[in-house]
Ligand binder design. Sequence first.
Ligand SMILES: NC(=O)c1ccc[n+]([C@@H]2O[C@H](COP(=O)([O-])OP(=O)(O)OC[C@H]3O[C@@H](n4cnc5c(N)ncnc54)[C@H](OP(=O)(O)O)[C@@H]3O)[C@@H](O)[C@H]2O)c1
Length: 280
Amino acid sequence: MAFELPARGVVLGVASLVLKEGATIDAALAVVRAAVDSGVLAIDTARAYATVDDDAAGERIAQAARAQAPSIPIITKAGHFRVASHAWDIDGSAARVRADALRSREVLGAPPSLLLLHRADRVDDLDASVRELASLRDEGVVEAIGLSNAPVELLDRARAITTIDAVENRLGFGVDAATEYRYCREAGIPFLAYAPFGGPKAEPLPTRVPRVAALAIARGGSVHRFALAAMLDAMPGAWPVIGSTRVESVLDSIAAGDLEVDAELRQAFADDLRSRGVGL
Ligand SMILES: NC(=O)c1ccc[n+]([C@@H]2O[C@H](COP(=O)([O-])OP(=O)(O)OC[C@H]3O[C@@H](n4cnc5c(N)ncnc54)[C@H](OP(=O)(O)O)[C@@H]3O)[C@@H](O)[C@H]2O)c1
């Protein structure tokens, strides 16, 4: 089954809802509930979004979204996992991918909508891992498969083996190159653009998109919302995966899907990216 999302909108990632210092399940559920109520398109989780006591903390949060909205797509990832309080390991081997997929299905109570190989860039035998992903899709353990953190060279290799239903790579405003987005756009592969704001430790957003920020402030709007709206407008086939940990910020970002993007905002965004050497 292919992986499809409505044309325009955002995906909520739950990494920080699990991993942020002081994270609580009640706070996470409040954010997810608000996001689902406001029309977030999907939930992004991973085996790696775990606590020391619960290997499936992130998937349980995703499962809560599914309990609220049974048809909401759940994206999860295999081959990267927590081993101690401050330590994660990577094993993207075929055997580990299968074990992770089965555990994800068990926790979610149904096949994940999309299973990604979390660190495609750190796998010893990518071909074997991709063949295993394809088998898991054929068997119905997962509905769709893809790669995360995959440069173009690895995407080419994987696509020579099987159909890749989606790609999830980092694409922060004015920080990351859009190479894989352009590749996926041409190939018709949905592109999940994670950490659009550059993550929680990025330099302040207004310093990266100053023209968009000036416009947002002049119009009395939020810089995050304006930047996300401009991204949705400029990058069809890309779905931002945002990592809000507050109800207020998740609602603000989801509202970007409804913000009208006019010529002035479109130009401001293009100029901001160009001035940082990022072309679309
Ligand atoms: N595939 C991978 O390898 C990979 C790697 C990293 C991340 N991801 C996925 O991507 C998701 C997002 O990653 P991220 O959290 O690093 O990136 P992010 O969304 O770029 O950054 C999150 C930061 O943006 C802030 N923010 C979001 N919306 C805002 C708004 N409207 N106004 C003000 N601040 C706002 C958040 O603030 P608050 O916390 O205060 O809300 C948080 O500090 C993760 O949850 C995960 O699902 C995937």
